[in-house]
Write a protein that binds this ligand. Structure first.
Ligand SMILES: N=CN[C@@H](CCC(=O)O)C(=O)O
Ligand SMILES: [Zn+2]
Length: 411
């Protein structure tokens, strides 16, 4: 199967060679090819170049995209999009003055979602989740990481991870699964933290590894949730079973978590609404990608990750949606990119780099996704006609996507 896109106004994120990630000043540049063609062969980007070199052979499909922009699909490296029901009552509670912490302390928050999920069948959980996945595909996401963590028992965590596996099997979007059993202490273990960590380490992680259900391991390293020492035990147990760490850290407080994660070779540290100068120094030159989740800050009115300061200090940044029922009931990466520009003062070039190449690094899929490079997967966004690509973050409430191609297939 061959598809030729011709008369492309501009292709964004054109990279002749694969690059792992972009940091600091490098993030300012987004390579663009104007008046171009792009050839897809099966699921792969076979060729691209200026229209003057456009091939003329017989192709299965030829699409004229005059006036439109082509870019790689978004890579959303941090989501919780498998969940049961939603939490719109807590949304109203927050409008009426309660904080996220106060809601959690009343038995809401993650424990509220866990109760709902434990009561729901695997089939119904799949049904609810596939609709969210279909929505983000239409919004241009071509690779997505999905966490467990609303089960909090072995049985319910397995249910979540099996649903993620079924989504992987049934949809052309790239999916990676993360085990987040350490999302909150279940009520039964409120005063027995060691007992729950033992359960995670001795039973849950080995059982999940045995079924091959998770590539990554995560924990909510935060005051009132999992301490640095507890998280370290969990991520080291995950590593023994081949799971790499991607950790929720510094959402509300800085308690030394970033240093511990970097020391343990975490692929990413995510949230980072509170970042100290020591955190920046520790991340500098490390292999750990800082991941910002600006639509979480937007939704629950907490500080934004200080991306400007971090990039200016030479760090890379990836952007992800954090799609979940409590702090970010949206997986729309277009809005993530807009919010990063509007609220974090990232330039459109930086934000698009952060949501493509750096997102792919944070999700471990950089070899196949995140840039327009020959041999990578043909997962592409075709926009509506635009004045310039700046209109993507600028027109924050508009849908500027005309067509999505995932692994060579028109969606
Ligand atoms: N902060 C931890 N976990 C999720 C929210 C969980 C919830 O409130 O359901 C997050 O990344 O924001
Ligand atoms: Zn999260």
């Amino acid at each position: 199967m061959t598809i030729l896109l011709k008369n492309i106004k501009e292709i964004l994120q054109v990279r002749n060679q694969h690059i792992d990630k972009l940091e600091g000043q490098e993030m300012k540049t987004l390579p663009v090819l104007e008046n171009a063609f792009l050839l897809i062969e099966n699921d792969i980007i076979k060729d691209f170049g200026p229209m003057s070199d456009c091939p003329t052979a017989d192709f299965d499909e030829v699409i004229d995209v005059t006036g439109k922009t082509v870019l790689p699909t978004w890579v959303d490296s941090h989501t919780h999009l498998v969940y049961a029901g939603n939490r719109e009552l807590e949304f109203v509670d927050r409008i009426n003055g309660l904080s996220y912490e106060e809601i959690f302390n009343r038995g809401g928050g993650i424990l509220n979602s866990a109760k709902k999920l434990q009561e729901l069948s695997e089939e119904e959980l799949y049904e609810q989740s596939r609709k969210r996945l279909e929505e983000v595909i239409q919004q241009g996401t071509g690779a997505v990481e999905i966490k467990s963590g609303y089960g909090l028992t072995l049985e319910a965590e397995l249910k979540m991870l099996r649903v993620i596996k079924k989504l992987k099997d049934n949809y052309p979007i790239e999916i990676k699964a993360t085990f987040l059993g350490a999302h909150a202490f279940p009520t039964a273990y409120k005063d027995n933290h060691k007992g729950y960590i033992d359960l995670l380490v001795d039973e849950m992680i080995p059982a999940i590894a045995k079924e091959g259900l998770a590539e990554y391991v995560d924990a909510f390293l935060e005051t009132g949730y999992f301490s640095c020492e507890e998280t370290e035990r969990i991520i080291q147990a995950g590593q023994k079973h081949g799971m790499i760490a991607k950790v929720h850290v510094n959402q509300f407080t800085a308690i030394g978590g970033i240093e511990m994660c970097v020391k343990n070779g975490a692929l990413s540290v995510d949230h980072l609404e509170i970042v100290t100068d020591e955190d920046i120094a520790v991340l500098k030159g490390s292999k750990t990608m800082p991941v910002a989740l600006p639509t979480c800050s937007f939704f629950i009115s907490i500080p934004y990750t200080p991306a400007r300061k971090m990039i200016d200090a030479g760090l890379p940044i990836a952007l992800a949606s954090d799609s979940n029922p409590g702090t970010t009931p949206s997986g729309n990466m277009n809005f993530v990119v807009s919010t990063a520009c509007i609220k974090m003062r990232m330039t459109p070039e930086e934000a698009i780099n952060a949501a493509t190449i750096n997102g792919a690094y944070a999700m471990g899929v950089g070899q196949d996704y995140g840039s327009i490079t020959k041999g990578k997967k043909a997962s592409l966004i075709i926009t509506k006609p635009l004045h310039s690509f700046y209109e993507l973050p600028y027109a924050f409430g508009s849908n500027n996507i005309e067509q999505v191609i995932l692994n060579g297939k028109l969606q």
